[in-house]
Design a protein around this ligand. Structure first.
Ligand code: BGC
Length: 432
C-alpha cells in the first residue's frame, strides 16, 4: 500500500473532557460509576488526569506534529450549580486553548459530549424540552468566554448514540428503556443544535468575528443487509439506519422531521451546519430488527467490524444530502495491545485519499488512552499509552507511525511494511 493525502488535508486527534480530564465528580457519569455500572469499576474522576497534565500532553502533541485538535469542555466543571459559572475553570480552558493555539494546533471545541451536570440530569436533561434553555445559556457563556480564541464549534457529540444508549438500551445514565423517550431526546437535541447553531454564530458576530464554523459530530455507521438478496434483511438494514442515524441527521442538518423525530418549533427547514463532523468506526450487518456484525469479519478488541470503505460510504451519503466540507471528527479502534492500530489508520486514510469528496480533516480517536464510558479503562483507543497506576504516558508504535505519516503527508510502501504488515483478528461467528 502507498498513498499521499490531498494537499490541504489536516491530521490531528480528538478527545472528550470526561474521558481524559479527571477531577470532576459533579456529572452523571461519575454518578453512574458510583452506582456500579462501569464494567471494570474504573473511576472517571481519575481518567488520565489530563486536567493537571495537559502541558505534558501538549508537548507530546507537538512532538507528534498534530495539525489540529478536537477537545471538549466539561459542562459540570464550568457550571457546577444551576446558573453559577466557575470563572477559574473557564480560565483553565482559556489557558489550555491559548497554549494549543500558540503551538500552531487550532482547536475544534465540543460543547456537549455525553456528560451532563448532575443538577441538569436531576431535572431530566434533554428528555425535557424546557431544559434546552439551560444548554443555550451555557453555550452562550462559553462562546462569550472563549470566542476570541475559538472559531469552530461542535454543539453536540453523537446525539444518536447518546439517545440510544441512555434512553432506549438503558446501558448509559440515566438507564431508561423507552423508545418514545429516545425519540423525544433526539428531537430535543436536534432543536438544541439548531438553536445553538444560530446562537454561536450570532454571539461571535457581536464580538466582531465573521469566521465562525458550527457543526455537530455525527456518529455514522455503514449499514448492510446480511444477505443482499434477502428483502427482509434489506428492509431492516434501511429501517434501522433511518431510526438510528438517518432521520436525526436530516433534522440536525436541514430541520426536517421524520420518525422518530417529532415536531418542535425550532425544527424548521434550513441549513444548520457549516461542516459535517463524522465519527466513523464500523459497519453493522443486519438481518432483523436488531444491530449485528458480519460473520467471520475482521474485528477489533470490542468485536466491532473493521471496514475501511465504510468511512467514504457514510461521507458520500452526507454529501448527497447537503454538500459541506467534511471533517472526520473521530476514527480509531480499540486495540489493547496496539497490534493493528497503525494498519487501521492507514487503511481508513487511504480510503479517504482516494475519494473526491470534500473531506478536509482527520481527527484520530484518541490522542491518549481514555476512560471509555461503561468499558472504563479497559478499552484502549490511544496513540499514547497511559499507565493508569502512575499516569505515565508512552507514545505507542501506532503513535510513532502517525507521527511519520503526518510528516510524510501519506504512507510509503516502506512505512506500511514497517508498521502495518499485521493481520486482523476475525470474529468467529455472526452476532445477529
Ligand atoms: C464517542 C467516544 C468514544 C468512541 C469509542 C464514540 O462513540 O464519541 O466518546 O470513546 O466512540 O467508543
Amino acid at each position: 500500500m502507498e498513498f499521499r493525502l490531498k494537499d490541504n488535508f489536516l491530521l490531528g486527534a480528538a478527545s472528550a473532557a470526561t474521558q481524559i480530564e479527571g477531577g470532576d465528580q459533579n456529572n452523571n457519569w461519575y454518578d453512574w460509576y458510583r452506582q456500579g455500572y462501569i464494567k471494570d469499576d474504573s473511576d472517571p474522576s481519575m481518567a488520565t488526569d489530563h486536567y493537571n497534565r495537559w502541558q505534558e500532553d501538549l508537548a507530546l502533541m507537538k512532538e507528534m506534529g498534530l495539525q489540529c485538535y478536537r477537545m471538549g469542555i466539561e459542562w459540570s466543571r464550568v457550571e457546577p450549580a444551576d446558573g453559577f459559572f466557575d470563572e477559574r475553570a473557564i480560565a483553565h480552558y482559556r489557558q489550555e486553548i491559548q497554549a494549543l493555539h500558540d503551538a500552531g494546533i487550532p482547536v475544534l471545541l465540543t460543547l456537549h459530549h455525553f456528560s451532563n451536570p448532575l443538577w441538569l440530569e436531576e431535572r431530566g436533561a434533554f428528555a425535557q424540552r424546557d431544559n434546552i434553555t439551560y444548554y443555550l445559556r451555557y453555550v452562550r457563556k462559553m462562546v462569550e468566554s472563549l470566542g476570541d480564541l475559538v472559531s469552530e464549534y461542535i454543539t453536540v457529540n453523537e446525539p444518536n448514540v447518546y439517545a440510544f444508549n441512555s434512553y432506549f438500551q438503558g446501558i448509559w445514565p440515566p438507564g431508561h428503556k423507552s423508545f418514545l423517550e429516545m425519540g423525544r431526546v433526539m428531537t430535543n437535541l436536534a432543536a438544541a443544535h439548531i438553536e445553538a447553531y444560530g446562537l454561536i454564530r450570532k454571539t461571535r458576530l457581536q464580538m466582531g468575528f465573521q469566521d465562525t464554523k458550527v457543526g455537530f459530530a455525527n456518529h455514522l455507521r455503514a449499514f448492510a443487509p446480511k444477505d443482499e438478496t434477502n428483502p427482509v434483511h434489506r428492509f431492516w438494514a434501511s429501517r434501522i439506519e433511518q431510526l438510528f442515524q438517518g432521520s436525526l441527521t436530516r433534522a440536525m442538518c436541514m430541520g426536517k422531521s421524520a420518525f422518530p423525530i417529532g415536531s418542535h418549533p425550532s425544527i424548521v427547514p434550513g441549513r444548520y451546519c457549516d461542516f459535517h463532523g463524522v465519527n466513523y468506526y464500523t459497519r453493522s450487518t443486519v438481518s432483523g430488527p436488531a444491530d449485528g456484525t458480519a460473520e467471520n469479519c475482521a474485528a477489533n478488541d470490542l468485536g466491532w467490524e473493521i471496514y475501511p470503505q465504510g468511512i467514504v460510504q457514510v461521507c458520500q451519503k452526507l454529501h448527497d444530502l447537503l454538500p459541506r466540507p467534511i471533517y472526520i471528527t473521530e476514527n480509531g479502534t480499540c486495540d489493547n495491545a496496539d497490534r493493528f492500530r497503525a494498519r487501521y489508520i492507514a487503511e481508513h486514510l487511504q480510503a479517504l485519499s482516494e475519494s473526491d469528496l470534500p473531506i478536509e480533516r482527520y481527527y484520530h480517536w484518541c490522542f491518549c488512552d481514555n476512560w471509555e464510558w461503561v468499558e472504563g479503562a479497559s478499552a484502549r483507543f490511544g496513540l499514547v499509552h497511559v499507565d493508569y497506576e502512575t499516569q505515565k504516558r508512552t507514545v505507542k508504535r501506532s503513535g510513532e507511525f502517525y507521527q511519520k505519516l503526518i510528516a510524510a503527508h501519506g504512507v510509503s510502501e516502506d512505512l506500511y511494511q514497517e508498521y502495518c504488515d499485521v493481520s486482523y483478528a476475525h470474529n468467529t461467528e455472526a452476532e445477529n
